[in-house]
Design a protein. Sequence first.
Lengths: 563, 370, 375
Amino acid sequence: MPSTGSPLSVQKMAGYGVAAVAAVLVLYPVFYLLQAALDVGDPQVRPPTEYGLDNFSGILQYPQILLNTLTVSVAATVMALVFGFVMAWILARTNVPGRKIFEQLMAVPYYLTPLLGALAWSLLGSPESGFINQVWRAIGGSGAIIDVNTPYGIAWVMALFEGSVAFVMIAAVMKSMDPSLEEASQVMGASRLRTMLRVTLPLVTPGILGAAIFVFAEMLGSFAVALVLGTPNRFYVITTAIYQLTQQYPPKIQTAAAMGVSLFAVMFVMLFLYRRVVKAGSYVTITGKAFRPRVADVGALRYFLLGICVLYLLAAVALPILTLLFASFQKIAVAFPTADNFTLNNFRMAMSMNAARSALGNSLLLGFGTATVGIVLMGLLAWLIYRSRLPGAGAIEYVVMFPQAVPRLVFAFGMMWAWVVFPIPIYGTLWLLLIAYVTVFLPLGVRTIASVMMQIDKSLEECAQMCGASWTFRTRTVTVPLLIPGLVAAWLLLFIASVRELGASILLMGPHSKVITPAIVESWFGTSSELTATLALVQTLVVAAAMVVLVAVTRRIGAQPGD
Amino acid sequence: MTGFDKNSLTRRTLLKAGSALAVATPLIGFAAPAVLAQGQTKSPTKVLDFMTNADVAKAEQEGQLVFYCHENEAGTAGIMQGFSKDFPKIKTSYVRAQTGALYNKILSERSAGRFDVDVIQLSDLAPAVDFQKKGGYEHYVSPESHAYKPDNLSTPVGSFFWTGVDPAGIAYNTDKVSSADAPKTWHDILNPKFKGHISAKISASGLQFVQWYCLREMYGDKFWKEFAKQNAHAFDSRVQLFDRLAKGDDMITSIGEYPAYILFKSKGAKVEFVAPPDGLVATPLIVGAVSKAPHPEASKLFVDWAMSKRGQAWYQTNPNLYYGSVRTDAPPMPTGVKLSDFKLIYPKDWDEYAKTRDVFSKEWNSMIGL
Amino acid sequence: MDATKPTQPHIEVRNLEMFYGGVPAVRGVSFDVQTGEQLTLLGPSGCGKTTTLRAIAGLEKPTAGEILIDGKPVYSSTRGVNIPAEKRGLSMVFQSYAIWPHMTVFDNVAYGLRVRRTAAAEIKERVGNALSLVQMSEYADRSASQLSGGQQQRVALARAFVFSPSVLLFDEPLSNLDAKLRADMRIELRDLQHRLGITSVYVTHDLEEALAMSDRIVVMRGGLVEQTGSPDEIYRLPSSAFVADFVGSANLIRGKHRADLDNGDLTALETAVGQIVYGMAYGRSVGDDIEFSVRTVHLRISHERPAGSINVWPARIEQTVFQGDFTQVHIGWGGQHLIARCAAMEPIEAGQEIFIAVEPKRVVLLGPANPRPSQ
């Protein structure tokens, strides 16, 4: 064979190596998932003895659950988009006071996790015991003015805590929009509102549509909020139903797998649409030039807009944290504190709970591991898909994006069956969770790194190549150094995503590999809501402290020499 | 995969031989139980204040105990805490999930050839019997078995025992329900004024299965058909039920477990317990050492400890457990009541009971809105 | 350089073809580059010139054809050879300069030497020389992100030649500079290229740049070579209407060949309105329907009829556009519009009747047109 005919040997080997790893990570569990969905034999016997489509027809026995899922997902998506658009417009386009700080704070609900949000809002807005309702009745009202156990209540909490991605996406679109397009409208005499409705909105529509599809997919797969807020009211969505069906004995795993598989059929269509929309839309507003978005002077209106921002962050950050803090000091959480109800016991218990302590340590360790392993694997994959032009890169992109289409809870079943029979005994260890996290966060990581990579002019790498640098040398000296600031951000994102992970962990953690978010859910199942609140607070504080340290450390790494 | 099948086949044959041997146990009686314990040559030794066939030094050398438990987080941690207090050299770790989920987990692990568990505790006799049939339990006759009635041990003896009983009646919030309106009999949970304000447990719960089975036996099918109209909210654990009851989120719970009642009463919660005159439904909490355990001596030691008087006292007095002990010489519970003071209802025919699992799951799921 | 055989071109491109997802970008291009020669690929955007250059560099994989350097294939579809860019021993200056922002000027320039594991002392010396050659010595320790466009250009240049590559490739290196700087750099580049004597391939769409800097020009269009020749040949004797028009502005005159009126070197053409134009074929074959090209600067305008009997016609000024160094004159001539560029002299105004004349040797017969893709 002509050795000169197959160049880039290291490059190719690395490329196909990571592609193979990604394919195994994703397709190996998917195989087991499909197998279970088509298994119509005895559920206790694996591998299956009989195959068929009966499980799928079984899903239709649950029309109410499908309807519930749709209601909540649509409502949450709409709310998240409205919040996201309004906040993005205010923070990216107006001279509202303290924009910089608010923009930073917008990421906080994501860090707080939907679970914490749900626990806090459950304490705030339950029809009977919710603090808000207790206050309402104390000042003479009757009944409940707020009920978070309803579909819209669930959607509200989901929108607050899982919808921050909508803000990020819409803000990015708004920032990349040429401000002269808006200025042109104003020069022609259109009012600010008219400009926003007639020019800004249509221009960002493709971006919003993209965000909508993405957020909708997130909402379909959301688990924690529906579990904490829906279950008390006999309100099940697909993910919580799957959870319940698989937790009972005998388990309805086949039906659950079929539900999961049908869900990813739906999500696949959504993601396909998303890609189309984003591809079509990106050329309209995003020209690749970095515009300095023009900030509109909105006059006295800015204080009104400031009020909106404050309200939003109150609902999504301040109120939930204060609520949990308040509850954690009580024996039985009520709105009006009394001396004999005060206790420090919850903190004492949370600190002494061996499980929680080791779980928190494991979570931080896993976050560290996932982010570090992930950044290498996902960086290589992003490069492979978007830069290498190796044949088959497009197919790999689909494989890598696959976990996005499946709720992590469902995907975890595939992973469980896949890795339990794996010859190397990783089942029940932290390694399994590491593999699981790296797998389920492939889409997140690759997308994040790819967007950073796209911003780097290709000729910077090509030039190194023309200088005679081998692939490994130029990757080390040019590509990676240029990527570092972006990679650092991606690292932190992966760290947080791992620490807050619930859906996959709840199924995969073992006696020696407990992690914190599922431990909190277990605490919600089996201990008091006050202790659960305390645990959630402790988790938040520890993760926040870890973040502060990590950001401080990575700032150093990320700082470019000469800057 | 065929390898696993072969494995399980041989395992099964082995176990058949083992249980054939075990059948002989009652004949020989308790005089020399140690002889029958697998690989056991020496006679039981005394540790603390109980007898064990386990090699304590070896168990401590193994240094670990892995426990699978249906109990809630705090309860599971509580059990482990009690054991490690007595044996600090043995590190404990656990997994907790509802009985159904836990049983699924251990079965799928074993079918894949993973043996990570030493001891398992289930809240339902049905999966325990199934697990015994599958050869899941290590055959080990504890020297402490003599203090238990045969009913409260596996047949044949040596697979599992009842480490406690969890009796349940009805409980209500005293702010929301006046004592005049309070339920008195099981039929009162069907009262329409509780509609939408009543809680129950999910179908993965062993106790819920027992309640469903027993009340159906006593009052017929239409009892639960009536109950379906109540729109009950279903939860995972007894603590969740009482947490909500204490806060007034629910007016009553149709399955108020006595241990949880004691716990919440002691916190000052406004909850009251009702023992219907027909009796409290009760489920045994089943503990057994698992075969192919990674730490076999520790697992035997735990079984002996749990069966012993001190282990039973721990189960009975830990606030997150408060199990009623079935030891013949058990002291009263913290409330001063003995388990034997309650009228308890169990399924009459445990085999019949085990067979209705599927019917129950289906019916119960639809009852709680799944 | 003297050692290389004169018959051996430094770079040979043979029937190069390149498709992007089924769309042809280069459709069979062949040319040679001699050692030490500066060859320019000239053409409008989308003609395939940059693609061809990147194929030589090894940054694009062609679909078919061959590329040889020093007689050895670096790419050959038939022989299954494709040597990666970093092993071809070439160097390149990018349109975007591709200056690495995370390195200093010195580190940028030293990169190629470091790749080659050159000793530190030698790196210092050679980078110093290269930087002084591009007059950037005092910027060596500056972060590359603080440079102006022109400075980046110089650094990119120094970086490209510092490790003595056998070939330098230029991808529109001056297109991002302003007009004044571009003109200066053009001279500097040409000067540097002569001093270094490196074989170079230069891509541009700018005619003046191509004419000023090249030893030879390859004019490309639609993925094909339109004409190859020295700048003088290309300018004087465009082979097609496209080249004539692209390389400076030209008037095109179409008509029938009047073989009966041919006179020695002169070829006669009769326009649709019966005017006879004499031009020269320069060895090209003459068909029945022929086309002449006349550069706008070669059309002379006078108020009185100039001496001579051929190629003198009365015409009428339609419009004049003052453009500084010259005036563009739009002329109506026998139902056709012609354009002439005159150094501003006597006042000419729209509506005036004048005479135009052109020397027959300035009237060039165009060759048959290349087949164009139907687009």
